[in-house]
Design a protein around this ligand. Structure first.
Ligand code: ATP
Length: 327
């Protein structure tokens, strides 16, 4: 009910009467009053005027919980269920457990801190409390397992679009899975999957975004940034999470029509920071240097090497770096 009341009050800049809330939610005045006390305890300033009703005066600056996120999402599939915890080991691990227990496609989990945030290839994602977004989305798409890793690119594009829209920052993508601003990493994405030979059981897309934090440990400070560092002020994490999901649903529906990046490719290439830059591609089998041209329909990075041959680089085991730095 908290979610519904937050939604209704946010939609209305004026007063909403207690009677109207009772009617829309099908509950008693006492129930509304009790929930209103909880909302106030969360830090909302709510004005209650007799014969007029309730009105938001001010929302807390950056409150993150289930109703904060849920009340901002009104999508078809994505965010159909939202779960929140103060702390988890890894949101991807939590999401996997829920997916196996039957959570529907579109379920979103989010935590305020991770004790063992995961990166690709066994790396870790540094996840302190109270400042960033750590969320994982469960999807059960009807696609071939070999197409599932492309969802990393779909999420990367969605995060970049959401950051651009919400903050005006020039967010770009370092292929395949990092969202960067000013040449530094703002967001990492980790896609994991459970599949049979020709059937995807579920896909988990984990997203870590550095939002309201001003400091990083020494080993990350040269390569990591946050929304607050770039923008100079804090933003609402719940708002940003909802915006990312909004863009993701739109892009995901486009992706599902073809199972590849053919339609999204031009949007992706527009924000691809590696494009027309010299890159070094490192994989267990060796490395190559060349000019990154953009992606193909499969989401592979096209790199023109010094012998003018164009290589199609598959994301799997690969790391891409600029010749003179991280991007
Ligand atoms: P590469 O750029 O080498 O391909 P990656 O994309 O495989 O790296 P991820 O799995 O996305 O890397 O993220 C893990 C890496 O990101 C860590 O090894 C660390 O260097 C860096 N990192 C960890 N936590 C953060 C953070 N909060 N913000 C920015 N960077 C981080």
């Amino acid at each position: 009910m908290k979610t519904e009341i937050l939604k209704i009050l946010r939609e209305n800049s004026g007063y909403v009467s207690g009677q109207e809330l009772c009617r829309r939610l099908g509950v008693s005045r006492t129930a509304i009053w009790k929930t209103m006390q909880q909302i106030k305890a969360d830090g909302y300033e709510v004005e209650a005027v007799p014969n007029k009703g309730y009105r938001f005066v001010r929302e807390p600056e950056d409150l993150l919980n289930e109703s904060e996120i849920k009340s901002r999402i009104a999508l078809e599939e994505i965010g159909c269920q939202v779960y929140f915890k103060e702390e988890v080991d890894s949101t991807n691990t939590w999401a996997k457990k829920l997916a196996e227990e039957g959570a529907p496609s579109g379920t979103l989990v989010c935590a305020d801190a991770q004790t063992r945030g995961k990166g690709r290839r066994g790396r870790s994602w540094e996840s302190p409390r109270g400042s960033s977004l750590y969320m994982s989305l469960i999807l059960k798409p009807d696609i071939l397992p070999l197409h599932a890793s492309t969802l990393t690119l779909v999420m990367g594009l969605s995060v970049a679009e959401a950051i651009r829209e919400k903050t005006g920052l020039d967010a770009g993508i370092k292929w395949p899975n990092d969202v960067v601003v000013s040449g530094k990493k703002l967001c990492g994405i980790l896609t994991e999957m459970s599949a049979q030979m020709d059937y995807v059981e579920y896909v988990i897309i984990g997203v870590g975004i550095n939002v309201n934090r001003k400091e990083f440990p020494k080993e990350l400070s040269d390569m990591a940034t946050s929304v607050e560092l770039e923008l100079g002020h804090k933003i609402s994490r719940a708002d940003l999470a909802a915006k990312v999901m909004e863009h993701f649903e739109k892009n995901y529906q486009i992706f599902l029509k073809t199972g590849d990046m053919s339609v999204l490719r031009s949007d992706y290439d527009k924000v691809l920071v590696n494009r027309n830059r010299q890159v070094k591609v490192t994989s267990p089998g060796g490395h190559c240097e060349g000019m990154a041209l953009g992606i193909n329909d499969k989401g592979e990075l096209l790199v023109e090497c010094s012998d003018h041959e164009i290589r199609e680089v598959y994301a799997g085991e690969v790391s891409v770096r600029g010749l003179y730095g991280y991007v």
